[in-house]
Design a protein around this ligand. Structure first.
Ligand SMILES: [Zn+2]
Length: 82
């Protein structure tokens, strides 16, 4: 069965209890999922990208497929003295 994938980028800051979904991107090439997710993360400077899957193209019923984290885009709060 064909599956549809949707990537969602998140802006996350644990220090400020920030967890905001930024943008949604359909993944048109599931075989290139990792490369596409990397591009989305770079574009939005997102430390977290979740990929949801759906069996229908309307994404009415989605389940979490994979989660990608990008250390290089994490916020810099850690370096502050708090
Ligand atoms: Zn932070």
């Amino acid at each position: 069965m064909k599956k549809y994938y949707l990537a969602v980028t998140y802006d996350v800051c644990e220090h400020n209890d920030l967890f905001i979904d930024m943008n949604e991107y359909p993944i048109d090439l599931p075989t290139e999922m990792e490369a596409q997710v990397k591009d989305f993360a770079k574009q939005d400077v997102a430390p977290l990208v979740r990929v949801y899957e759906s069996e229908t193209s309307d994404f009415k019923n989605i389940t979490l497929h994979r989660e990608f984290t990008f250390k290089e885009y994490e916020c810099c709060c850690e370096s502050d003295s708090m």
